[in-house]
Write a protein that binds this ligand. Sequence first.
Ligand SMILES: Nc1ncnc2c1ncn2[C@@H]1O[C@H](COP(=O)(O)OP(=O)(O)OP(=O)(O)O)[C@@H](O)[C@H]1O
Length: 678
Amino acid sequence: MKPLDHELSQERTYHDTCRAAMASMVEESAEQVVIGEDVSASGADAEALGYTLRSRAKALLEEPDRPLFFGRLSFEDSLQAGDHRRQTYYIGRRRLSEHPSTPPLVVDWRAPVSSTFYQASAKDPQGVAVRRRFGWAAGSRGASEDLSGMEDEHLTAGESGESQIVASEIERPRVGPMRDIAATIQPEQDDLVRSQLTDSVCVQGAPGTGKTAVGLHRAAYLLYTYPQRIQRSGLLIIGPNRTFLKYISEVLPSLGEIDIRQCMIADEIARHPVQAQDAEAAAAVKHDSRMAQVLRQALYARVGSPSESVAVPDGSYRWRISVEELEEIVAEVREEAPLYAVGRERVRARAVQVLQRQVERRAGPPNNEWLRKMGRAKPISAFVDSVWRKVQPEEVVASVLSDPDILTVAADGILSADEQKAILWPKPPRSWKSAKWSEADLVLIDEVAGLIERPEGYGHVVVDEAQDLSPMQCRVIGRRVDFGSVTVLGDLAQGTTPWAARNWPEQLVHLGKQDAQVVPLTMGFRVPAKVVEFANRLIGSLDVDVPPSRSLRRDGELMIRNVPDTVKATIEVVRAALEGEGSIGVIADAPEVMSLRDALADAGIETSTSDDTGSRVTVLPAEVAKGLEYDHVVVVEPAAIVEAETRGLHRLYVVLTRAVSRLDVIHRRPLPMALDPA
Ligand SMILES: Nc1ncnc2c1ncn2[C@@H]1O[C@H](COP(=O)(O)OP(=O)(O)OP(=O)(O)O)[C@@H](O)[C@H]1O
């Protein structure tokens, strides 16, 4: 046996040991669920313990079969001391040990020591004598014989090279949903993944630089590193649409995290079904940050002024509060600008304080029972209801959208007459209870709800495609993470909504996180260099300031075909692509999608839609391509994609950058001018 074969065989044996440890961990965790339910002191304990144990058992059981480690670190001391075992760490997706009290067989990639695996280099070896990467057969389910290769870098000896294992992982053809990148996280990505829980960060990343991957790994890292704090306060991941959420849904479970809420912003504020659609002009105003001021004015316009004094019977006596005193109370509380619901209770408490001062002068300090009784007294409640009425957020929004008088007062000096006209309902409902709400209206309702009471918050929120959020949507997130931190992920060049951000500092202000650091990612892992160069021709026309990106991928092909019949050409290209490996995404302007699907079906080619991902070929409209990737992308008629919307060039930029190894552009009409190399 050659020395390397011998070592490979040793590593396979080690993997067998790990596999056995994993099997007994699964078995034990199932047993613990049963025991845990028996031994708890109370029902609540049993509930809490049972939940923890069941979650762990579930996570272990649901863990896909796959290699149990991908790397190994040997620290310098260990080699000198010949004590190989103590100072050598295998790195994998989860910690494995034969017994909770013995040193781990495999260390979790999120453990502090694992950072060295990602960060050490010949320049800064961080004490690492040898960094070993393991190569596994593609799609391995973790059989030890699938361990097919190893690469060692002798870092303290100054040896560090390009890793073939990393390169082939990056260049591997894509099929199916997104996968985790735990084995190949790059140093600049690792910095972001491991930043402190209290740090808010904003990642401006060119297409395919791993923003989404970084955000998901950061979520997993935070859960591992701050389990109690995160479990108490919650972690939320916000994505742009269902297709995207489905696409990323397997990454966290593959990292052992199954209990993280992943949703769209609309899900967080879904107090009512969306039953109306706004005209473009109305949506633009409703999503503008000035609406926050309008709504605040409208809500506080409901605070009334006292018209008569209050008399509170107390046995045979009557306490009295004068109109002036009541006016002062309301004015004071208004000035303090608390949450509306807090304000209401504060007004009540201040009125009781006035009574308290009176009783103190007459009969000495009252007891708590007396104070409570006064707080509940009918005349006091009637006064509170008259000046600081309980209100539903829907009622306030409906009044602003239906009543020109209310809107004029609330929007005075904030919205122009045309803007006010744009948002007024042409046919107001008879009552706010029967209103049909649009998507933007739900954002407005959430704004008012947030002015009334603080919504339940999260300790950390990861927001993907954040460039597309409107200022008002940013505020939805901001008020939920008032005391927490955010990971904001986006690319200004990919902003396609009418309100997309043009710079990050402003977007961060709307999110309430103006102190977040903006970090650029410019090394692309998806899009091959040739395709990046082609797509980058558009950057100059996108009116955003973003740093230029590079591609790690030297492979890849770009083909531009000017054809008389785009449908026919698409069938030919797809047929040829099916000869190779990987997923194929045919992307076109929405109205073309059905006919392309039919034509491909007539040609005997099975296709999926973006929602069901059953076959290798997916035909999808340009507007859902964001965040997704296909091994081979076929873009049909770019001119139509550009013309379809105001930010059509941004959309085309998104579409062109979905390709992992090959991009075919098929056009009959001239290509958009901006793609001209000149
Ligand atoms: N360190 C890495 N190792 C291997 N693959 C990586 C790495 N970083 C990113 N990738 C891969 O590159 C691709 C692009 O990553 P991701 O989707 O996170 O990028 P993105 O910046 O969100 O892209 P876009 O803005 O275009 O949606 C994915 O397939 C991802 O798995």
